[in-house]
Design a protein around this ligand. Structure first.
Ligand code: ATP
Length: 496
């Protein structure tokens, strides 16, 4: 993970926000290449949802329209959604280490024979750290002597037996308390409680608020979807693991409105579609886990939720969430209808006496988390090449699709390269890189994951061909200058 973070900074993918001021915890800036990468992933999601939505079970494309709603909405919206008052994660403080933890992020080891203290760990604690602490605090007792439970499943009356994740003494963890994760601001010049408004903690609320507007202004009929991509803000207590858990991030969410009876069928449909999409952006599904969230962990309104989890470098061999696909019933529309006093019912076009609030299937995916997963998956060590590493992005995802490299900065190579660059840049994000020795330029392209390099050399001048170098195999072949655009087009749908 450290190496990925370093490469991201060195090559201009991701920088700590406010870097020159020492950063600001939980916020990140996307550099020149990170912006391209994030935009490509965003556009591929939008294409798969709104521009070329999948074929439904009847063989016809499903209907999905897009939306871009405001980040700040009427604060009543968040009362209705349960975020004001409810968007809380139970937190515990440690009186000894002065640290604060999310109770569901702390793992506790309980001695199977009931003898000795219980040891708490951050859920991402490394194997080595666990063993070190077992050595120090439990005379090297093996992990197999313990049962594992999450702290939020342990009654407070047992906390006196627990040694906190960064503590040496037992009984220093406080009773879990709720902590509201919404950022707020004040609207207008006056400030004051009555002008308090919230930055949205998720993008989907704007979709529910506009359900009726979309119905009234477009020709969609149930079943249909509304998709939105945008920023979301959560005052996470412990932002961590690079961009995985940040305080400002981006989400890509679809709300799929359907008849209650059809919801299970559509739920399966969307789980399959989302698997296909993750595969298309280069995620190895073998490194994913599809967690059918146990009934006791489901939100009260949800019949079923499947979390798509990925083996991030910091979580392996465990998994962390990439996306949640939830059947939310008609909870959100019911709440907004009640709180706003505006009827949100859908009228059945075949029977206008029948009005109902449709059920919702929600695939909710983190865009910035997707960036991290794609980067982690692409990061490939290769000692045989000068860069020692390359990013194996699928061409459609790669920030640069190709680099055009004149072999030398000579008079005869550069103009041909420039002409090719001007032609290709109309359709593709391409780089023209003129100076430095060719090995160094290839190394740079490998590190930023450019799938192809076209090199203009002396032969180009005489026979109008260029060398194509393949990022993954480093194999080179010659193709005609006039075939370069077709060559690239043919590669855009390939996985690598
Ligand atoms: P977690 O349990 O990790 O806090 P969550 O279950 O609260 O996540 P959801 O509310 O279901 O997450 O949000 C949907 C998606 O938004 C998540 O699957 C994730 O990809 C993304 N997401 C949520 N919180 C963050 C965050 N703090 N930083 C980056 N992405 C996030």
């Amino acid at each position: 993970m450290k190496d990925i973070v370093a490469l991201c900074k060195r090559r201009g993918f991701i920088f700590p926000a406010s870097d020159i001021y020492g950063g600001i915890n939980g916020f990140w800036d996307y550099g020149p290449l990170g912006t391209e990468l994030k935009n490509n992933i965003r556009d591929l999601w939008w294409k798969s949802m709104v521009l070329t939505p999948p074929l439904g079970p009847d063989g016809e494309p499903v209907q999905i329209v897009g939306l871009d709603s405001a980040i700040i909405q009427n604060p009543k919206c968040w009362e209705a959604s349960g975020h004001v008052g409810g968007f809380n994660d139970p937190m515990v403080d440690c009186k000894e280490s002065k640290k604060r933890y999310r109770a569901d992020h702390v793992t506790v080891l309980l001695p199977k024979n009931q003898d000795g203290f219980w040891l708490a760990f951050d859920k991402d604690a490394e194997e080595d750290d666990i063993n070190q602490r077992l050595k120090k605090l439990a005379k090297g007792r093996p992990q197999s002597d313990y049962d594992v439970k999450k702290l939020d499943k342990i009654p407070f009356s047992d906390f006196s037996k627990i040694i906190g994740p960064d503590a040496k003494e037992p009984g220093t963890l406080t009773e879990p308390r709720q902590f509201n994760m919404m950022f707020y601001t004040f609207i207008g010049a006056m400030g004051g409680e009555e002008n308090k408004a919230y930055l949205r903690p998720e993008t989907c609320a704007g979709i529910f608020l506009n359900f009726k507007n979309v119905l009234d202004s477009s020709r969609v009929k149930v079943p249909f979807g509304i998709a939105q991509i945008g920023k979301a803000f959560r005052n996470e207590v412990t932002p961590r693991n690079f961009i995985f858990r940040s305080r400002e991030f981006e989400q890509m969410e679809l709300e799929w409105f359907c008849e209650k009876e059809e919801a299970p069928k559509w739920f399966e449909f969307w789980v399959e579609q989302r698997k296909k999409w993750w595969d298309s952006v280069g995620i190895d599904l073998k490194k994913c886990h599809f967690l059918d969230v146990p009934k006791e962990d489901l939100a009260h309104y949800s019949d079923r939720t499947i979390d798509i989890e990925y083996q991030f470098p910091f979580s392996a061999p465990e998994y962390d969430e990439l996306e949640g696909i939830a059947h939310r019933g008609n909870f959100d529309l019911t709440q907004h209808q009640t709180f706003s006093g505006t009827k949100l019912e859908y009228m059945d076009p075949t029977d206008n006496t029948r009005r109902f609030l449709p059920d919702v299937i929600e695939p909710s995916c983190g865009l910035t988390r997707a960036v991290l997963a794609v980067l982690s998956e692409a990061y490939t060590l290769d000692e045989t090449r000068p860069s020692g590493v390359y990013l194996n992005f699928p061409p459609a995802v790669a920030p640069k699709k190709a680099a055009i490299l004149p072999l030398t900065a000579k008079e005869e190579h550069v103009p041909i390269a420039q002409k090719l660059y001007m032609e290709l840049r109309e359709d593709y994000a391409v780089d023209l890189d003129i100076k430095q020795n060719i090995g160094k330029r290839y190394a740079r392209q490998d590190e930023i994951g450019t799938p192809y390099c076209f090199t203009v050399d002396n032969d180009t001048v005489s026979d109008q061909t260029v060398t194509v170098r393949d990022r993954n195999t480093m194999a080179q072949e010659r193709i005609g200058l006039d075939h370069v655009a077709d060559f690239l087009r043919g590669k855009m749908h390939k996985k690598s």
